[in-house]
Design a protein around this ligand. Structure first.
Ligand SMILES: Cc1cc2nc3c(=O)[nH]c(=O)nc-3n(C[C@H](O)[C@H](O)[C@H](O)COP(=O)(O)OP(=O)(O)OC[C@H]3O[C@@H](n4cnc5c(N)ncnc54)[C@H](O)[C@@H]3O)c2cc1C
Length: 218
């Protein structure tokens, strides 16, 4: 029988406090600090850079557009409209190449779709986990369960919200059903996310067949 989990929290004033829990569902996202400490894994990351702009473009604003041409990004590039702002993003493995790819993507969107930017409202930079071939999922260690991106759930084109919510819900359900048996919790969690995990593999395999950048995922 594994022992309860002791968690150490840092408060705003810098002091620490301890909490004891029977289980922890770790949903800390791409950074996965706890997961890395518990498993020793060092996942790879993709850097995303996107800007939100006032302007115009000759594209239907109801769609999300993904661009997989290797000359536009090292992973994928995208365009969509959010809150009436034009969102233009690229992702790279090497941060030093971010500016070049972004400039190239803007040139492409101007030439192909008449993009006109009047003013950039804001820009943001974040990370995506680099999904490995076979789409491995890490369900947890002892009484700590991993969900969402921490566990490895992420569909192509950076679509991960639904998988994060579904996996966390499966983890919570497994806990409620097998609370007294941590091993059963983990195996029940794994079983209940089989469909989610298969869907993820199918999606990555599909993209692997469509674009050279992702051929390693076939
Ligand atoms: C640029 C970009 C665009 C995206 N667009 C889409 C999209 O259109 N559709 C889609 O489905 N997905 C999209 N995604 C992916 C999606 O955002 C993630 O897959 C999803 O949010 C993962 O959910 P999560 O709950 O695992 O992690 P997160 O949503 O990252 O949540 C983790 C939370 O834990 C907090 N946290 C981390 N460490 C600690 C700690 N030590 N203590 C306390 N709190 C902590 C973080 O602050 C964060 O709030 C996009 C990602 C990026 C980078």
């Amino acid at each position: 029988m594994t022992a309860p989990v002791i968690m150490l929290f840092q408060k705003n004033d810098g002091s620490h406090t301890e909490e004891m829990a029977d289980y922890v569902i770790d949903c800390e996202g791409v950074t996965g600090t706890i997961m890395r400490q518990l498993t020793g894994r060092k996942p790879d990351y993709i850097i995303t850079y996107q800007t939100f702009n006032h302007g115009s473009i000759r594209l239907d604003p109801h769609y999300f557009y993904a661009y997989l041409q290797p000359e536009l990004s090292e992973y994928d590039a995208w365009f969509n409209v959010k809150d009436d702002l034009l969102v233009l993003g690229i992702s790279v493995k090497n941060k030093n190449r971010e500016g070049d790819y972004y400039a190239q993507f803007l040139r492409y969107m101007k030439e192909q779709h008449g993009l006109m930017i009047d003013r950039e409202e804001k820009a943001d930079r974040w990370l995506l986990p680099r999904v490995e071939p076979g789409c491995p999922i890490h369900y947890g260690v002892g009484r700590v369960l991993f969900a969402g991106e921490t566990a490895g759930f992420l569909n192509p084109m950076g679509e991960g919200i639904s998988a994060a919510m579904e996996s966390a819900s499966c983890a919570a359900t497994a806990l409620l059903q097998h609370f007294s048996d941590p091993q059963e919790v983990l195996s029940s969690y794994q079983k209940s996310t089989e469909a989610l995990s298969c869907y993820m593999k199918r999606q990555w395999s599909l993209v692997g067949g469509m674009a050279k950048t992702f051929s390693y995922m076939r």
